[in-house]
Design a protein around this ligand. Structure first.
Ligand SMILES: [Zn+2]
Length: 134
């Protein structure tokens, strides 16, 4: 195994913060097994392959898990309560994000359609499709 790091067109920080700066969600697709992840990493978390292609994610998908947070960290103190969600993207892969428009459990359901909302705020912000909060 080589200690050499794979070349990348940007730094990890650029990758992680792209959604804040240019409104783009970035991910990686594994050249071996096809797994798509929205998380930066040197290897595929499923098969360990290093050959991964950068992909731009649609930010559209379906809620597969959620919780309504009432006690957030400092960055989100003024937003609580809000929903913290896991979303299965239309193109495959899962992302976590937050939804400031959701204040109670009954405002959200497994299977709800959501989309990415570019924002200056930290984290991946999402809103329900067809909602007024876009
Ligand atoms: Zn893989």
């Amino acid at each position: 195994m080589s200690d050499e790091l794979p070349a990348a067109p940007h730094t990890i920080a650029d990758f992680v913060r792209a959604y804040e700066e240019d409104g783009t969600l970035r991910g990686f697709r594994c050249a071996h097994c096809g797994l798509l992840t929205a998380t930066w990493g040197l290897r595929c978390p499923r098969c360990g392959e290093r050959d991964r292609t950068e992909a731009t994610l649609s930010g559209r998908g379906t809620i597969i898990a959620f919780t309504v947070l009432t006690v957030p960290g400092d960055d989100f103190l003024n937003d609580a309560p809000y929903a913290y969600v896991v979303v299965e993207l239309d193109e495959g892969g899962r992302i976590t994000g937050w939804m400031p428009s959701v204040k109670e459990d009954r405002q959200i359901a497994i299977g709800d359609r959501v989309h990415f909302v570019p924002s200056y705020r930290p984290g991946v912000q999402l809103a329900k499709d067809g909602g007024a909060a876009t």
